[in-house]
Design a protein around this ligand. Structure first.
Ligand code: NAD
Length: 503
């Protein structure tokens, strides 16, 4: 692939200015369909990262006092700018991440919904008041911003996940330092530029780049009050422990193994379409991908049709029209997925659809893997226990709904799950008994809209509060209670009272 003579560099955003890093440590941002180097991303120096935090700390002094309406109007403008730049954002995202252009627009759109929600934050950031808790005494609460907050994001949703974080934090009165994935930081930077254009003042949003050192600095920095992380369970657990140890509020959304249960009374065509879309969309690189399907009873006979449908998906570069499955993000990811498929074969799972090394005309260098399906998978196999994060579906068999529920509840992860059925009674039983935070009934990827919160559970999450929605308002604010007494002139005086009561 011919390279441009000068490869652009990804800038840092510090104090409202796009800054060229002075670091000597750089990494290539690579197009996963072509291996073209699109840009070079810096691993910011410690001084640069400290400058970003300092600028956020300084900006907080005035931003926290900016009226709610003024903050909201910036996000109204921001959502408009994102809409106007949707095509451009999707094109950047597809080039650096690989997903199809329509799916990239979906990535931006799901983030845009959170921006719209942030514009209405005044309705959620309300305090409470109890009148007359004692004679002449009222108690009320203030939901006040924390200060400098930080976000650390993964590669798979480089638009949506940053937009889960900084709009909610900033709209509630905080300032922010964002550390995007070093694998695909370009669309995130374009979104940051649009935020400046929308009127986010200098220092209110800062972006640093890097890897483990940047993440550790965020965890340790005494001026950062809260950390929001989305990524793998391994790194998220580290971030949770390290940042909590440093006294910060932390929320970590992490890895998953999401199961779909298919009952024989489900609508067959609809269900199979849903399963294939949710297993192989975005090349399986979604934290809410349905990576395990449990066929119950007679639904076990649907396997050949599931395989046939998966086989029809078109594997190609994300920019090509009609593509269903784009490349996975990197060579390393491709090799890891390939090794896990080898392991599955070794473990005795039946490889009923082998998607390894597909031929993709025009893209001989792409990180492609076509839909791959294992059947006869058991709970002790590594391909079941590990998050494959590629277009690989594990099919399991169960005799009853309760057997399938028990299997899911025994899996440590709790991000998402779905049941396919026409039975209301079965759906309700599932909803009550399943120990997973996000449940779909005939909905394969049940990610809640922004008026709710993303509610993964168990090993998929650390921290009590989820991103966006009411829970994010709680996460990014501190509740202060004010108890006040005002006296009428004729009530003042009386005796000293040394007891605890307030009469
Ligand atoms: P990752 O954990 O490798 O990276 C996430 C962030 O952590 C990146 O910014 C990265 O720079 C940083 N990081 C990487 N290694 C580090 C280390 N050793 N020390 C400190 N920081 C480090 O995750 P990823 O591969 O970018 O994303 C895929 C993962 O994210 C999957 O496990 C997926 O399930 C998960 N994910 C979860 C959700 C959710 O809401 N639960 C959403 C999207 C993705």
């Amino acid at each position: 692939m011919p390279q441009p003579s000068v490869i652009p560099t990804v800038k840092l955003l510090i104090g409202g200015k796009l800054v060229e890093s002075s670091t000597s440590h750089w990494r290539d941002v690579v197009n996963p369909a072509t291996q073209e180097v699109l840009a070079r991303v810096p691993f910011a120096t410690e001084a640069e990262m400290n400058a970003a935090v300092a600028s956020a700390k300084e900006a907080f002094k005035t931003w926290r006092k900016t009226p709610i309406g003024a903050r909201a109007r910036i996000f109204l403008k921001y959502q408009q700018l994102i809409r106007e730049h949707m095509r451009e954002l999707a094109a950047i995202l597809t080039a650096e991440q690989g997903k199809t252009l329509p799916d990239a627009e979906g990535d931006v759109f799901r983030g845009l919904e959170v921006v719209e929600h942030a514009a209405g934050i005044g309705n959620l950031q309300l305090g409470e008041l109890a009148n007359n808790v004692a004679g002449g005494v009222d108690t009320y609460t203030l939901q006040q911003p924390l200060g400098v907050c930080a976000g650390i994001t993964p590669f798979n949703f480089p638009a949506m996940i940053p937009l889960w974080m900084f709009p909610m934090a900033i709209a509630t009165g905080n300032t922010f330092v964002l550390k995007p994935s070093e694998q695909d930081p370009m669309v995130t930077m374009r979104l940051a530029e649009l935020a400046l254009e929308a009127g986010v003042p200098p220092g209110v949003l800062n972006v640093i780049h890097g890897g483990a050192d940047a993440v550790n600095l965020i965890c340790d920095h005494p001026d950062i009050k809260a950390v929001s992380f989305v990524g793998s369970t391994r790194v998220g657990t580290h971030v949770y422990n390290r940042a909590s140890q440093a006294g910060k509020r932390v929320q970590c959304m992490m890895g998953a193994k999401n199961h779909g249960i298919v009952l024989p009374d489900a609508h067959k065509e609809q269900t199979l379409n849903n399963l294939v879309g949710a297993a192989f969309g975005a090349a399986g690189q979604r934290c809410m991908a349905l990576s395990v399907v449990i066929l119950v009873g007679e639904a076990q006979g649907w396997l050949p049709e599931l395989v046939a449908k998966a086989r029809t998906l078109k594997v190609n570069a994300g920019v090509e029209g009609g593509t269903d499955v784009g490349p996975v993000v990197s060579r390393a990811a491709l090799e890891r997925i390939g090794a896990l498929i080898e392991r599955g074969i070794g473990e005795g799972a039946e490889l009923v659809l082998d998607g390894r090394q597909p031929q993709v005309a025009g893209y001989p260098q792409g990180n492609f893997i076509a839909p791959t399906i294992f059947s006869g998978v058991t709970a002790t196999m590594d391909i079941y226990r590990e998050e494959i994060f590629g277009p690989v579906l594990c099919v399991m068999q169960a005799a009853s709904l309760d057997e399938a529920i028990a299997l899911i509840n025994a899996n440590p992860n709790g991000n998402g799950t779905a049941l396919f059925t026409r039975s209301g009674a079965a759906a309700r039983h599932f909803q009550e008994e399943i120990d997973v935070g996000q449940v779909g009934i005939n909905v394969p990827i049940p990610v809640p809209a922004p008026m709710f919160s993303f509610s993964g559970s168990r090993a998929s999450k650390l921290g009590d509060l989820g991103p966006y929605g009411k829970q994010a308002v709680q996460f990014y604010t501190q509740t202060k209670t004010v108890t006040q007494r005002w006296f009428d002139e004729n009530e003042v005086g009386g005796a000293v009272n040394t007891t605890i009561t307030l009469k």
